[in-house]
Write a protein that binds this ligand. Structure first.
Ligand code: SF4
Length: 444
């Protein structure tokens, strides 16, 4: 039974199809360590070679501020209520450059600048071009910072940031004070600003069910994540989830990685694991994390010598796993086009299609014809190829269903349309305010 399921899921993955929630749950429920689990991991490793083209990436995160955070997430060592940080420490620009330099020289694919929730975005956006100017190399810069709205995400994209890490975490709103809706809004803003969204299933603990893992994964996919995967929760003593609940073991994490590798089709080409192990790399993970400085999974600041050892280890894991260490995939260069040229308007295709389909299932042709009735397409409707391409992406994200003839909106699509309505209202009021400010400024 499980063998048949794995074969079917492998075929679907190679055809580029994202698995359904039920299929993902069924894969996750295969007993760890069973012969079927072995079959799942082998299938995942085979598909990783095809989908990820045999390329491996090292994700080097630099925690820039070691400081108490008022958000008090129950698993995070920075929560100010847990009192684990005796003395705050903020990396100097010189220190950050030293880390970046070391990582780039050692073969980093991604440099991730990570901060707590309230770090100044202006300071971060000044730092990015400075790093790019001073430290050349085939790497890309990712930010991992607070919530972003559509306008702010566009500012980040304009600063030549490749992508942003953001996630609707497991038990968001219960183990954290964040509203899941706000997290999803940030994730959608990142992709709408044409940056890469990176989003893992995290922080994974033994208490999380297969259903929770599948929902977390599918949410990331529906928001357009480019890299997914899983990160275990590290039990940090002194945090509410750090005492008494063990960390998931290496085998279980590798099993989850194998299931997620098959689940993402070619929509999620790269699968990341943290902490990395040879077992996880052999089960389909091709992105490995190295972290330094302030780490929310550690009560102490991680010094540079350990970071150097870790990147060496990451290289060995990927090379031994048969991956070729690579620089990040080229990105759609449209995002580098200045926003003053109106390039972002096309992104409203998604809410328009969802709105059309909310009135009833229709063919792709009928959808395209109706698009001309919407404000952003009055002068030029998209061609059929672009409409079908977009419908296909939405299908892979689980927002629409296609029965071979007509497209229909799914429950996830209806939720997404509701999010869009709220997002666009907020965006419209921000824009009205901004236009007023631009028109009344002395230079207008
Ligand atoms: S996980 Fe992030 S937001 Fe939550 S307490 Fe830690 S630093 Fe703050």
């Amino acid at each position: 039974m499980a063998e048949k399921l794995i074969k079917l899921c492998e075929e679907k993955c190679l055809k580029g199809t994202v698995l359904s929630r039920d299929e993902i749950i069924a894969l996750l429920e295969i007993p760890v360590g069973s012969p079927e689990d072995q079959g799942l991991r082998e299938a995942a490793r085979r598909t990783a070679s095809r989908v990820a083209l045999g390329k491996g990436y090292i994700w080097c995160a630099i925690g820039m501020d070691y400081a108490p955070c008022a958000m008090n997430c129950k698993f995070c060592s920075f929560g100010e209520k847990w009192g684990l940080i005796e003395q705050s420490r903020h990396m100097t620009e010189e220190e950050i450059f030293e880390y970046v330099h070391g990582y780039v020289a050692a073969g980093a694919s991604y440099i991730v600048l990570r901060t707590t929730e309230f770090y100044s975005l202006d300071a971060l956006l000044e730092l990015v071009p400075h790093i790019r100017r001073e430290i050349p190399g085939n790497y890309e810069i990712i930010l991992n910072t607070g919530e972003l709205d559509f306008v702010t995400a566009n500012r980040v994209a304009a600063a030549d940031v490749y992508g942003v890490y953001h996630s609707l975490r497991l038990r968001e709103g219960t183990d954290t004070p964040f509203s899941p809706e706000k997290r999803r809004y940030s994730m959608n803003s990142i992709t709408d600003a044409q940056m890469s969204l990176i989003s893992l299933v995290e922080p994974l603990g033994p208490e999380h069910s297969a259903q929770e893992i599948a929902d977390c994964f599918l949410n990331a996919v529906s928001c357009g994540t480019k890299i997914c995967g899983a990160m275990a929760r590290f039990p940090v003593k002194g945090t509410p989830l750090g005492d008494g609940i063990p960390m998931v073991d290496e085998s279980y994490l590798a099993h989850v990685i194998a299931a997620l590798r098959l689940s993402g089709g070619n929509t999620v080409r790269d699968i990341c694991v943290h902490p990395a192990s040879q077992e996880a790399v052999s089960s389909g993970a091709n992105v490995v994390v190295v972290e330094s400085g302030a780490v929310p999974r550690d009560a102490e600041f991680t010094e540079k010598d350990r970071a150097e050892r870790d990147i060496q280890h990451a290289r060995e894991l990927l090379e031994k796993g048969g991956y070729q260490l690579s620089s990040p995939p080229a990105q759609n260069t449209k995002r580098r086009k200045c926003a003053c040229q109106g390039g972002n308007l096309e992104k409203f295709m998604q809410p328009i299609i969802l709105n059309i389909l909310s009135q009833g299932a229709q063919t792709g042709y009928a959808v395209q014809k109706q698009m001309g009735e919407y404000a952003t397409y009055q002068h030029a409707i998209p061609d059929m190829a672009a409409t079908y391409r977009f419908l296909n992406i939405m299908k892979q994200r689980g927002l629409v269903h296609h029965d071979g003839t007509v497209y229909a909106i799914t429950d996830a699509g209806s939720n997404c349309l509701d999010d869009w309505r709220k997002t666009l209202k907020e965006y419209a009021s921000t824009l009205t305010c901004l236009i007023g400010q631009l028109e009344t400024s002395p230079g207008a």
